[in-house]
Design a protein around this ligand. Sequence first.
Ligand SMILES: [Zn+2]
Length: 77
Amino acid sequence: MTCYLCNGNYKQSTTTHFVDLKKCMVIVKHVPCWECEQCGEIVYDDAVAERLDAIIKQVAEMMTEIAVVEYTDSKAA
Ligand SMILES: [Zn+2]
């Protein structure tokens, strides 16, 4: 897999994912991702992107203003 911006190689990494939902902000820590070695572009696997959406939706329902959560693979919640 190569970077669509600079054709650099991706390496497996983890990142912190921020989402601003207007009424609140969600921060998901330690999200598995691919990071370009050259330009630092971050991409997620489809499964991770889907899981992130689920986590964010779930957190947004019980939100105050800022939430910080750990990424988990669990589908149980
Ligand atoms: Zn790149």
